[in-house]
Design a protein around this ligand. Structure first.
Ligand SMILES: Nc1ncnc2c1ncn2[C@@H]1O[C@H](COP(=O)(O)OP(=O)(O)OP(=O)(O)O)[C@@H](O)[C@H]1O
Ligand SMILES: [Mg+2]
Length: 280
């Protein structure tokens, strides 16, 4: 009898298993859900099946990494989440919202910081809130600039800041519009290695202390392991889920400290191996 209780508990624990791309536990708070999603691009040269049978979820509050071979469909996945493009098949929901409302729930951060050089830092940071006609966001945006070491640079121009500082500004600009979900598409690609290490530390700390949910696309395995709570490995195009890696054992460590962890190399080898293998 006692054994049966234990067995039941085990089953419950397994259904919330972080290594599953789709949880079986109804209590898991799912923000984004992809169900059997496919996307075919049509252009002059023909059709490209970018993703197929893609099932995964982003749980509220987590920092989910997506890694996969170049051209496998990572950016396409982010574009579908934010409803910039519509899937050819399957179902996508973000906080149960229909496609029209999804765009407002998402904040994008790209490889280039995309700050406008002719606007000051404070004007850049408030731009998104102006476009969206959001009121009362100035204080929050300024508080973020102060909190993350940019308070003295409000009236400077992007060219007067380092690459790392500009990426922090870009993230704060994204946060200023209060998105439910941050979509980060290789946001550190334009930075040199040393700067990247520090910006990863900063961005991770900002996302966690602001309690945001984020999807982080990268082709840098080490960066994914240092930033994320879970990592989804995609197959070569058409993208489908190859494996989900759970980083719970190192989740509480800061990015630089994770690199010192003995588990870091194990995760690296696992992800590397899965990226080399063909589909299946
Ligand atoms: N607008 C488009 N029209 C036609 N094909 C496209 C379009 N955008 C992307 N593709 C194709 O879809 C596939 C997936 O592209 P996507 O940009 O999503 O890949 P990715 O994983 O983000 O690549 P990378 O690692 O290089 O950033 C690629 O084969 C690409 O050529
Ligand atoms: Mg891409």
């Amino acid at each position: 009898m006692a054994d049966k209780t234990i067995a039941l508990k085990d089953t419950d624990a397994k259904s919330a298993d972080p290594t599953l791309n789709v949880s079986k536990d109804k209590d898991v708070d799912v923000l984004v859900k992809f169900q059997d999603v496919s996307l075919t691009y049509h252009d002059k040269s023909g059709e490209t099946l970018a993703i197929s049978n893609l099932d995964f979820e982003v749980r509220r509050g987590e920092l989910l990494g997506i890694v996969g071979p170049s051209g496998c469909g990572k950016t396409t996945v982010l574009s579908i989440i934010s409803s910039i493009i519509k899937p050819s098949g399957g179902k996508v929901s973000v906080d149960k919202a229909e496609a029209e409302e999804r765009r407002d729930k998402c904040g994008y951060m790209l490889q280039r910081d995309e700050l406008f050089p002719w606007l000051t830092i404070s004007q850049n940071v408030l731009l998104g809130t102006k476009i969206k006609k959001m009121k009362g966001r100035r204080e929050y945006a300024y508080a973020l600039l102060d909190k993350y070491g940019l308070g003295d640079f409000k009236n400077r121009y992007p060219s007067q800041l380092s690459g790392g500082m500009r990426q922090r500004v870009a993230l704060i600009r994204t946060l200023a519009t209060a998105p439910e979900l941050l979509l980060l598409d290789e946001p550190f690609g334009a930075l040199d290695f040393q700067t990247r290490l520090h910006v990863v530390e900063d961005v991770h700390s900002i996302i966690k202390s602001e309690k945001k949910t984020a999807v982080f696309v990268t082709h840098d395995i080490s960066e994914a392991i240092s930033m994320c709570d879970r990592i989804i490995i995609l197959t070569a195009r058409p993208a489908t889920v190859k494996k989900v890696v759970d980083l719970t054992p190192i989740k509480e460590l800061k990015p630089l400290d994770r690199r010192e962890s003995p588990l870091f190399q194990k995760y690296f080898e696992d992800i590397w191996k899965n990226l080399q293998n063909k589909r299946g």
